[in-house]
Design a protein around this ligand. Structure first.
Ligand SMILES: Nc1ncnc2c1ncn2[C@@H]1O[C@H](COP(=O)(O)OP(=O)(O)O)[C@@H](O)[C@H]1O
Ligand SMILES: [Mg+2]
Length: 248
């Protein structure tokens, strides 16, 4: 396939159909003569605006699924439509373009650059996307204000609390107007106050129509999502939506 770099970007809310549509996805890791089937046939649809937690014991395939959903890796077999676009057979270079344009990542360690101020960290995805300098700064400051850090744009990561650092990471994930926000254990390294802080930002983003997939092993974190998908041994063992406060 060819990628049109000048095409308008689909953002949360302007494409019909599911954001994630994966069918019968399998992932086999080969290490020497050993084969591990980390995903054994996953079929999952996530609609625009959904807030989904993915849970499961260690080794169940969460990270593998996250890497595939985030276009960091491809499935061995099966299909993946991301915002309607088939990304199953893309090359590494094509996947990199999709990642930059469609997905906002939030990692457990935040991966902020310590020597850069908050707004410089947030503008990074726009640098990779080739956005002009003045617009980069303006958009970085706007999105920092959205996550409640309008008065911290010139602070470096070490001058911010854990919760504030995670909000910088969220702002960086949002600045490209991604179709999907993908968070891998975003509260795993935080104390309870910072965890509450981050979860309130996710709740705001969900209320604003963003599609969020959050990987966590903490039940009380997953309870903030409206749907919980559980993995067990490379398969989905349950998929429950919350209706009126209870999962059904
Ligand atoms: N790069 C890899 N090479 C070989 N095996 C892997 C690799 N990554 C994960 N696995 C194996 O795949 C299975 C699922 O791992 P993973 O997706 O990391 O699970 P989780 O994140 O739920 O702990 C495990 O058996 C793990 O050992
Ligand atoms: Mg993992």
């Amino acid at each position: 396939m060819t990628l049109d770099m000048t095409a308008p970007l689909p953002t949360a809310g302007d494409t019909a159909g599911p954001v994630i549509d994966i069918s019968e996805v399998r992932k086999v890791y080969k290490t020497g003569a050993l084969e591990v089937e980390a995903l054994r046939g996953i079929t999952l649809r996530i609609e625009q605006g959904e807030y989904v937690a993915i849970m499961g014991p260690s080794g169940s395939g969460k990270s593998t699924l996250m890497h595939i959903l985030g276009c960091l890796d491809v499935a061995t077999t099966g299909t993946y439509l991301l915002a309607g676009e088939d990304v199953s057979g893309l090359t590494e270079a094509e996947l990199a373009v999709i990642r930059n344009r469609r997905i906002g990542f939030v990692f457990q360690q935040f991966n902020l650059l310590p020597s850069l101020t908050a707004w410089r960290n947030v503008e990074l995805p726009l640098c990779y996307a080739g956005v002009a300098k003045a617009e980069r700064k303006q958009r970085a400051i706007e999105v920092l204000a959205r996550v409640g850090l309008g008065d911290r744009v010139e602070h470096k990561p070490t001058e911010l609390s854990g919760g504030q650092q995670s909000r910088v990471a969220l702002a960086r994930a949002l600045v490209n107007k991604p179709a999907l926000i993908l968070a891998d254990e975003p509260t795993g390294a935080l104390d309870s106050k910072s965890t509450a802080d981050v979860l309130s930002v996710f709740a705001d983003l969900h209320a604003a129509g963003h599609t969020i997939v959050l990987i966590t092993h903490e039940e009380d974190v997953a309870e903030h999502a409206e749907r919980t998908v559980r993995l067990h041994d490379g398969l989905i063992s349950s998929d429950a939506r919350r209706t009126g406060g209870v999962f059904a």
